[in-house]
Design a protein around this ligand. Sequence first.
Ligand SMILES: [Zn+2]
Ligand SMILES: [Zn+2]
Length: 417
Amino acid sequence: MLFKSPRGTKDILPQESSKWQTIESKARKIFSLFGFEEIRTPLIEDAKLFARSLGDFTDIVQKQMFLIKRETDTFVLRPEATASIVRAYVEHDLYNISNVCKFYYMGPMFRAERPQKGRLRQFHHFGAEAIGSANPFLDAELIYLATRIIFELGLSDFEVVVNTLGCQSDKKKMSVNLKEKLMPHKKSLCEDCVSRIDKNVFRVLDCKNPQCKDIIMSLSWAQAHICEDCHKHFESVLAALDTLGVRYKIDPLLVRGLDYYTRTVFEISSKELGAQDALGAGGRYDNLVEELGGPSRGSIGFALGVERLLLALSAKTEEASKTLLDCYIIPLGEAALKKSLSVLNDLRMSGVPSDLDYLDGSLKARLRRADKKNAKFCLIIGDNELAKCTGILKNMSQSTQEEVLLAELVNKIKAKV
Ligand SMILES: [Zn+2]
Ligand SMILES: [Zn+2]
């Protein structure tokens, strides 16, 4: 039987993993620059954590959770990181340490998406959470941080869309208002949306069904349900974004269907991917810390989809093949192989990335392997060279070669690379 990786998961092979490392290290640098520190939470959490935070009537909780039952406990492979991080913040009383805790994270998330949509069931996020302040400048800082990361990775063709949902009581008003507006159209909405009207009416706004979309677009829309405080907050966010030079569009229909969002929500999409698939999104969640048993703390966060960033980047650039090795040793015979082990170790311990040809074959075939490894130099050691404590050092790109003393090899290579 031939095994395959589970549906909706992907192997990241060495050829690709170097791109992951590059964008991860760039993102880490920018997170640090903005004062964020890394947090690593477990990949499994108590399943109830997400029902409590995201909401019982979200697609994630209803259809996409990977549940693991063990004795009397039910765990879930985390579908996102915000709830986990707030859980950790409350569990370790981090509110006692500093006023605003700034966390960043990178790692896999799991959702049982329908595979025909081409979505992954294990996908990866870069994200940030700033917990402990309701200051609108923090909203602007987080939005700006997300755009800086996208920009530094090499994407400039992206769009930022922002909206405010208002506080919990504004959200309630909006939900009543939205229900009233949708009721006359109930017969024309899709089956899912009809049940959403009662359970979580905001999710109707996220429906991808064209007929539902038309109805939503036809509704006359006013932000009358937003209270004065929330309105002022949003105005300050927008003013701060202007100061930071972030261009944005306001979309009153952007709601992000998770229960925990309040006030500012935003989404960043790339022209390379189209509007359907955002590069990332985020928002405020001012009640979640309290909801999960902590004190009342304003908070905001975002997540960027790593696979989507890579997809948008690959539409732009073809990366040149990377040089992996400075030296590739080809020993001819048993005695040379034995000597090669210590030469190889000297090179590596001196910081010269090196490897050894372990396979037999003609010298030509072995040089081809060195080429495939993208080695800069090849060191060939035969019996003649061994007797003189030398080797033939071949420059692979210039096709030149010279005999070198093994004792001088490290310095020779270091001088040339
Ligand atoms: Zn309000
Ligand atoms: Zn619908």
